[in-house]
Every structure is written in C-alpha cells, then in structure tokens.
Design a protein around this ligand. Structure first.
Ligand code: ADP
Length: 506
C-alpha cells in the first residue's frame, strides 16, 4: 500500500509519540510501584522498631527479666515482662510512640511518622506480633486470631543470624501481605500489612495509562497529519504550478518564494532548471528551424531536376525506376522538412493563424470529394453526414491541412474494401467532426503517443504505408490553436474514430 508523504509523516509522528509515551508509562508505573512498596516497607520497619522501643522502655521501667507467655494464653500472662502488652491498648503507651532513628533507613519524615502512627494505633488491617527472644509468641494483634507471623530466622534468605530485620511477602488466609520482622536482644516484632491497597492504586494507575496512551497516540496522529499538511502545502502549490509548465509553456516560472527557507530554495532551484530547459528547447527549436529552412531549397531543386530527368524519353527503364524511387524519397523528405518547419515556427510563435469565419461545412464537402479519388483507388467506401451551414472561426488553410491529414490517415490505415465515415454536426456551442474508419486500429495504450513527433505505431506494421510521424503533431497544434481538442478511440483490427471538436461561431 502506498501512503502519501503527509500520511507517512503523521504515522511516524504517532509511532514516536507511542514509543515515548509507552516508555514513559513503563518508567512511571515501575517508579510509582517501587515508591509505594518502599514507603510501605519503611512504614512497616518503623512500626516494628517503634514497638521494640516501647518494649525496651517498659521493661527498663519494670526492671524485670524476660519470660515467655504460654501459647494461646495472651490475656493470662499476668506478671511477665510482656504483661504490659496485655494490660493496655497500644494507644496507652504512647505520647507519641518513640521512633528510634537508628533502625530507620530514611530520615524521619513527619508525614510518614503521622501515617504509620495512625496505622499502628488503628491496626484493624495491620497485623502485629511480638515474640520473646526465645521465639515464643508473647502478644499478637486481635486481627491475627490464632495465626502467627513467621520468625525472623525463617524468612532470612542467608539463614539465622545473618541480619536483624527482613522484609518479605507472605500469604495469610489467601491474602497477600508485606511482612517486616525486626529483632533485638529483648524481643522480635513482626508487622504485616495487606498489599491490596497498593495493588488497587497500581491497578488504577495501570488502567489510566492503558486508556490514556491510545488516546494520546490518536490525538498525536491527527495533530501530526494536520501539521504535515500545513508544512507540505507550499510543496503542493509548487507541484501544481510545475504541472502547468509544459514544454510549450517553458517561459512560465513557479511563484516567487515568500521566505528563504527550504521551500524557497527548492523554488529557486526549480526555476533555474526551467530556465535552463527553456534555453535548451529554444536552441533545439532554432536548430530545427534553421536546418529545415536550409534543406527546403536544395530539396525543391532536387525534386525539380528529377522530374525533368523523368520527362526525358531517352532514359532506360532501370534508370527510370531508380529516379522514380529517388523522387518518392525526396517528396517524403520534403514533407518531413515542411512538417518540421511548421512545428518549429508554431512553437516559436512565428506561425500566426488567421481568425476569420470559416464555413466548415463546405470545407468538408470539398475534402470528401478530394479524398474520393484516393478512396476509389483503394476500393474504400466513403460515407458522410455533414450538417449544413456550420461556421467556425480560424485559419482556413491550417484547418484544411489538419482535417485533410486526419482523412488521409483514415484512408492510409484502412485496408482495401474497408470504409470511412465522416460526420459533422453541432452540439451546444461546439462543432464535432468524427472520422471513423474500419482500419487496422491502434492499441489503446498507444493512443496518447500518436501525437508525439515522429511517432509511428508499430514501425513494422506501418512500414509499407508512407508517413513521417509528424502529421498528428501538427494537427493537434492547429486544433488547439483554434481552442479545440482532438481525441481518438480505437480497437485493433476493428477501426479508429478521431473526433475533432471546435468552438462554433455564428
Ligand atoms: P504518419 O505520417 O505516420 O501517418 P501521423 O502523425 O499522422 O504520422 O500518425 C501517427 C501514427 O498514428 C501513424 O504512424 C499511425 O501508426 C497512427 N495512426 C494515425 N491515424 C491512424 C488511423 N486512422 N488508423 C490507425 N492508425 C493511425
């Protein structure tokens, strides 16, 4: 599939936006995810460390040695070193809960301190558990029910004693938790928090990115297309102007650039190129005109002399045949030279056409009569239907030349016993002339070339038929100079119809 430059630029722009926003989304997602988990981890470490600090403070005040509580008898553990945990709620210990900086990685942030205190003191979702140094569970938050959080040594990847705290993932009753276990000489505190909230936030962020990125891409493709269209508009203008400049209109130039940017420079370069082309065309035109002019006289002399020689009854048959063949070639050459001279004069504007009323009806009557002789020789039937009294404005000599050429072609390219039909009629403000033959026809893809100079369809096919390949170039020029058109429709081995349309004058 071929895309315009505009579409390709827009798609490229969209692809770049997709790539950058996609990259940004991945980085943003992972940064936010890491940040959220890092904050949760820091909060868990603070919670555990704070509880250790409370235990230390309470035990120092009580000056009692450590002793474990019996399993499942948290409320009855009475006078042991952790008894204070059963006596009061956590809220009673605080004012505020001491936070030892030594065990916290990040500097104390008042916001996070407030957050974790809130969480710690309202621990409906927070799971907390205190073990004695020997590993006995001495206290756990009510929401843990009968479950226990694992010991530090069981979650340390390098084995017991390799660190005094660890953060990891655990699953309790089908719910995922982030768990931190901190330990010192007096106790081991485990704190866990469900990750559902973090996951919920991450899911929301994910859907936001998922829906906003395609939207952004669509918007950027639209914007890219619009920008490309604006940026390429001057190029469109140049292309349109350049298309108007044909070989016949090489004196025209592209509109002067408004700015000295890339487009301005491109316009300058193209204008320079057109100027060079114009000079070359002019030189070729001049050369053709000069050469044809120079050839005209010697050819005329040659033709005259051959004709004189042929009139001599003393020449033998062989010499006569040779002279006749020479005369044929000289006549052909004279036609070529005349055709070239006409075309070069026409292109350089030296050939001025008259603009007088021309009775095209009587012109066609005469022409049909003239070609009748040639048609008879080839046993070709000529039929005509000519509307009376049609007038056009123009040069009768040149119009005669053009129509005769088309009629002669119809006879030339039609085999003996074929037929040629001529129709002349008016339609709206135009006069149409249709010349239809039952000849050899032209392949449809070659129809546009027959007006090129020296172009003859299939040389092998036409070699027996005399011609220069210049006739239709001159015909088209004459018709166009009269504000008309010439078109052809053809089917090989069936026939061809040439239609000349001229503006009607009354
Ligand atoms: P030529 O002198 O060769 O006839 P033209 O310019 O008049 O040159 O025509 C160009 C070519 O177009 C011819 O060589 C011929 O191949 C083709 N052509 C023109 N008229 C007809 C026609 N009526 N039927 C078939 N081919 C035609």
């Amino acid at each position: 599939m071929k895309f315009t430059l505009r579409t390709r630029l827009a798609l490229l722009y969209g692809a770049l936006v997709a790539l950058t926003t996609g990259g940004f989304a991945v980085v943003a997602y992972y940064t936010v995810s890491n940040e959220l988990y890092a904050n949760l981890d820091a909060s868990l470490v603070r919670a555990g460390s704070s509880l250790l600090a409370v235990i230390e403070r309470e035990q120092d005040e009580a000056k009692q040695p450590l002793a474990p509580v019996k399993k499942n008898r948290r409320k009855e553990s009475g006078e042991d070193v952790f008894a204070f945990l059963q006596r009061s709620s956590l809220r009673d210990f605080v004012g505020p809960i001491p936070v030892p900086d030594s065990v916290i990685d990040q500097p104390q942030d008042p916001v996070w301190t407030a957050v974790y205190e809130h969480v710690l003191l309202n621990s409906s979702t927070y799971l907390l558990q205190v073990r004695s140094p020997s590993g006995e569970v001495v206290w756990r938050s009510d929401n843990l029910l009968t479950d226990s959080l694992p010991r530090l040594e069981s979650v340390l990847p390098m084995g017991p004693g390799s660190a005094d705290r660890m953060t990891t993932w655990i699953s309790i009753r089908g719910t995922s938790y982030r768990l931190t276990v901190v330990k010192d000489a007096r106790a081991e505190v485990a704190a866990a928090y469900p990750v559902a909230e973090v996951d919920f936030m991450l899911r929301r962020l994910f859907s936001l990115l998922l829906y906003s990125i395609p939207f952004l891409i669509v918007v950027s493709i639209g914007a890219g297309w619009f920008l490309a269209r604006r940026a390429l508009r001057p190029v469109d203008h140049i292309a349109k102007a350049a298309r108007r400049i044909t070989a016949e209109r090489l004196s025209e130039r592209l509109p002067a650039p408004v700015s000295n940017d890339e487009i301005g420079r491109l316009t300058d370069i193209l204008n320079d190129m057109i100027a060079r082309l114009e000079r070359s065309f002019e030189q070729v035109r001049q050369f053709t005109a000069d050469a044809s002019h120079e050839l005209k006289t010697p050819l005329a002399i040659l033709m005259g002399e051959i004709e004189v020689a042929l009139r001599d009854p003393k020449i033998n048959d062989d010499a006569r045949i040779t002279l006749e063949s020479c005369l044929e070639e000289v006549v052909r050459l004279t036609h070529v030279v005349q055709g070239l001279l006409d075309l070069s004069r026409a292109e350089s504007g030296q050939l001025q056409l008259e603009h007088k009323p021309v009775n095209i009806t009587s012109m066609l009557d005469d022409l049909c009569e003239d070609i009748g002789i040639l048609a008879e020789r080839k046993s070709i039937t000529v039929t005509s239907s000519i509307q009376r009294g049609l007038m056009v404005s123009g040069d009768s000599v040149r119009l005669h030349q053009a129509i005769l050429n088309v009629l002669e072609n119809a006879l030339k390219y039609t085999n003996p016993s074929g037929s040629v039909d001529v129709k002349l009629y008016a339609e709206f403000s135009n006069v149409h002339l249709k010349v239809t033959d039952t000849g050899i026809g032209i392949e449809p893809h070659l129809l546009s070339k027959i007006y090129d100079r020296f172009y003859r369809v299939d040389q092998a096919r036409s070699q027996d038929i005399q011609g220069t390949g210049l006739g239709l170039s001159i015909v088209r020029w004459i018709i166009e100079m009269h504000g008309g058109t010439i078109t052809a429709e053809s089917t090989v081995n069936v026939g061809t119809t040439f239609t000349i349309t001229l503006p009607r004058s009354v």
